[in-house]
Design a protein around this ligand. Structure first.
Ligand code: AMP
Length: 396
């Protein structure tokens, strides 16, 4: 993989696409800096080589032009603290002022450009905009896995202007090699755990994983559509009625492909979507009217944990229940514990997707799994077997 580790960036203007799409509070303070932390190794490498680090990113979803709450200037002080070096800011990402800001840089300097998505040309993949960005650098480095599945101006189109000088950053190349390790030649048994609210959005990944895994564990809200497909009563649980037929097909497909499909057998139910609601447990196919299933039950936890503990490769995307509420967090926590235990015993475990990553952090498992992916959507598309435009653009 063409990453920056073995090249010298000394004296070069290195244009680095990072993912600084961090959450900000009402005072524009960063509430979770993981994405900035994840980009540090690449930025530090450029500085250690004596290059000029020009940082470009998007932040949030601006509608049309500048919006204070989406300005990347809010990341500058924190980046400077983390790097222990001054960081400058350019109040635009293209145009005369930005060109001048780049011209003023010395080797070892860091400059953050303003939010790329203040220009609609970024998302539309505009060639002229990509060219203007490209003019700012001698070398292009993409380290933004979170947007690797998008063919935007700064993530893919720009690479055309650096036929001999385009590289993966250290984060992006780690992301890809971790996914390759899990998918291309996994040590078996290989278990995928898919949870979250709905089947919609995860069908493609489930179908594609059928060709790769030995066990597929399903939890979270989507499990109730499967329970309904098996003829169960699911009370007021989340259900996608239009997906019941599909759930039936998936159950048959799993059998045909020799994949063990593990569905929850029991459920923790509440009479309201509320942490303080009345709670009762039942078989997942027998949720009382007036109750909704918000977590997997103890029997399912035991069953899933056994499969996880037997596995040598594990991927996890999506929580097992409404883990944001304490009374419905147990399933997600226990499955996380089983993954950590399996990892301790030598399994390779990869966790991705905003909510599973939040859960892993909430329960303190972050350094007990093998790899935490920074990109939910990009990871899902990779697992679906799709090519990621940003990766293709560098490999071309
Ligand atoms: P997703 O973005 O599809 O991965 O879904 C994540 C969300 O699913 C989290 O916010 C969970 O609270 C929610 N979730 C998990 N299990 C359930 C459930 N049984 N009923 C409703 N929502 C759920």
């Amino acid at each position: 993989m063409k990453n920056i580790s073995n090249i010298s960036l000394s004296g070069k203007r290195v244009l680095i696409r990072v993912d600084f799409n961090v959450p900000l509070d009402e005072y524009f303070k960063i509430t979770d800096d993981s994405r900035i932390q994840a980009a540090l190794p690449t930025i530090k490498k450029v500085l250690a080589d004596g290059g000029k680090a020009i940082i470009m990113s998007h932040l949030g979803r601006p509608k049309n032009g500048f919006e204070e709450r989406f300005s990347l200037k809010h990341t500058v002080k924190h980046l400077s603290d983390l790097l222990a070096t001054p960081v400058s800011f350019s109040s635009d990402c293209v145009g005369e002022n930005t060109i001048a800001d780049v011209e003023n840089m010395e080797n070892g300097d860091v400059l953050v450009l303003e939010n790329l998505r203040f220009y609609k040309e970024e998302k539309s993949g505009d060639i002229g905009f990509a060219k203007q960005l490209a003019n700012l650098g001698d070398v292009y480095v993409n380290d933004a896995f979170g947007t690797a599945h998008r063919a935007h101006a700064s993530t893919a189109i720009i690479a055309d202007y650096f036929p001999d000088n385009k590289y993966f950053g250290l984060l992006l190349s780690n992301e890809i090699s971790s996914l390759e390790k899990a998918l291309d030649n996994p040590e078996r048994p290989f278990t995928a755990i898919i949870g979250g609210a709905k089947i919609t959005g995860k069908i493609d990944v489930i179908t594609s994983l059928f060709d790769k895994v030995d066990n597929l564990i399903i939890g979270g809200g989507m499990a109730y559509t499967f329970a309904k497909a098996m003829g169960g009563s699911i009370g007021n649980s989340l259900v996608e009625d239009e997906k019941v037929a599909l759930a039936k097909t998936l159950i048959t497909d799993a059998k045909e492909k020799g994949v063990q499909l593990l569905l929850p057998s029991d459920s923790v139910n509440a009479d309201d979507f509320n942490n303080d609601a009345d709670i009762q447990s039942s078989a997942i196919t027998n949720v009382q009217n007036g109750f909704m299933g918000l977590d997997i039950g103890s029997e399912s936890i035991a069953h899933f944990s056994n499969a996880i503990l037997d596995s040598k490769t594990i991927i996890w995307n999506g929580p097992m229940g409404v883990f944001e509420m304490k009374n419905f967090a147990n399933g997600t926590k226990k499955i996380g514990e089983a993954i950590c235990e399996a990892t301790k015993n030598g399994a390779f475990s990869l966790v991705g997707g905003g909510d599973s990553v939040a859960a892993v952090k909430q329960f303190g498992f972050a350094d007990k799994v093998s790899y935490i992916s920074t990109g939910g959507g990009a990871m899902l598309e990779y697992l679906e077997g799709k090519e990621l435009p940003a990766v293709v653009a560098i490999q071309d």
